[in-house]
Design a binder for this molecule. Structure first.
Ligand code: NAD
Ligand code: TDX
Length: 339
């Protein structure tokens, strides 16, 4: 099998590259990544010399570059992780989200149509379903829940999902889509809640919690997400959507308090700041379909996963200190000073 993994220098994509090279040593994995602010070549250094791995720096919106790579590699499967992924950035500047997340998806699928493909897999998100109220713990997102987005980010992901399904119906492209809940684990970019709080706590900086910290996310260890995608691309039914989530709902404030406790830092670092515009209240995935059809179950419990993650950030300070010392500082000042 020859698999093109787009966005493989980012958080989940890199974990997927590691998983696939480890689990399928006879597969060729080609990573196509633009190396935006969120992509980091150093993340992939342990696999750069692997003869079954190739890295190509390119933009998924660049038709010539994408078609040239398909011509050369003739991939069997494409897994599209490449995206602008941060909700807060989409509120500041929606345009790049629409371009990369929708038009980039179109470009990849056009190349799949031209060169033929066994499977195009779109990595989507639970955010396409909008949010659920805190006072209805009986409600969960299923694959039948209507699309109802809140942010430019989630709207761009939903637009891409609809286009993927349209390419299946109109052109017969063999597609699958997965919609996963919040991931955490190694190589998570420090702009996101968990790594941001770990990095700030380690630097004794304020821990900026949006609103009252009551918003609930359904956290899944990144390796469990990668295993689910591996199952879907091999055994999932063409044309289908699969929700992925581990029934692990936590309020943001509780996550931040766990991080303080694990790092032995005082909760007085917690600072409540202005809420995110349009802030989704609660996400909660019903993963019954992927469990029943493909036998997937999450393996890492949050109590263990968060310890492993914190330990990874302690052991890999070079990785994130380099990131937060660069351009990220301007982003941080813009988003958090006077908030
Ligand atoms: P990330 O921001 O860490 O990584 C994105 C990667 O895509 C980076 O390596 C970046 O360089 C690359 N990229 C961006 N624009 C590109 C372009 N135009 N061409 C080529 N490469 C480009 O994101 P992530 O958190 O790893 O998310 C990966 C995917 O999973 C996204 O599609 C996201 O919507 C989805 N997702 C993420 C989560 C989560 O909790 N992080 C949950 C569900 C779904
Ligand atoms: O500084 C912060 N303070 C804070 O309270 C940050 C960065 C976040 N938050 C809150 C906002 C959310 O309620 O924490 C929660 C999680 O925020 P993010 O880490 O930005 O994730 P979220 O907005 O839930 O989106 C994530 O999950 C779904 C990913 O970034 C998306 O790519 C994915 O689709």
């Amino acid at each position: 099998m020859n698999i093109i993994v787009t966005g493989g220098a980012g958080f989940i994509g890199s974990n997927f590259v590691f998983h696939m090279l480890d689990k399928h040593p006879d597969y060729r994995i080609v990573c196509l990544d633009k190396l935006t602010y969120a992509g980091n070549l150093s993340t992939l250094k342990s696999v750069m010399d692997n003869p079954n791995f190739r890295f190509v720096k390119a933009d998924i919106c660049d038709r010539d570059a994408v078609f040239a790579l398909f011509e050369e590699e003739k991939p069997d499967i494409v897994v599209n992780f490449a995206a602008e992924s941060h909700v807060d950035r989409s509120i500041e500047d929606p345009g790049i989200f629409l371009k990369t997340n929708i038009l980039g998806t179109q470009t990849l699928m056009d190349a799949c149509r031209k060169y033929g493909i066994q499977r195009y897999h779109q990595v989507s998100t639970d955010e396409v379903y909008g949010d659920l109220p805190l006072d209805r713990p009986d409600l969960f997102f299923t694959e039948e829940t209507p699309i109802h987005t809140s942010s430019p980010y989630s709207s761009s992901k939903a637009g891409a999902d609809l286009l993927v399904l349209a390419y299946h119906r109109t052109f017969g492209l063999p597609v699958t889509i997965s919609r996963c809940s919040n991931n955490y684990g190694p190589y998570h970019f420090p702009e996101k809640l968990i790594p941001l709080m770990i990095a700030n706590a380690l630097n004794d900086k304020p821990l900026p919690v949006y609103g009252k910290g009551e918003n609930v996310r359904d956290w899944l260890y990144v390796e469990d997400h990668c295993k689910a995608i591996d199952l879907i691309i091999h055994n999932g039914k063409v044309g289908e959507v699969y929700n992925i989530g581990g029934h692990n709902e936590m309020a943001n404030i509780d996550i931040v308090k766990i991080i303080c406790k694990e790092l032995n830092k005082p909760e007085s670092l917690i600072t409540y700041v202005a809420d995110r515009k349009g802030h989704d209240m609660r996400y909660a995935i019903d993963p019954t379909k992927i469990h029943n059809e493909l036998g997937w179950l999450p393996e890492t419990k949050f109590a263990d996963g968060i310890k492993k993650t914190i330990q990874w950030y302690l052991d890999n300070k070079d990785w994130w200190e380099e990131i937060i010392s660069g351009e990220y500082q301007n982003y941080y000042d813009k988003m958090y000073s006077n908030r």
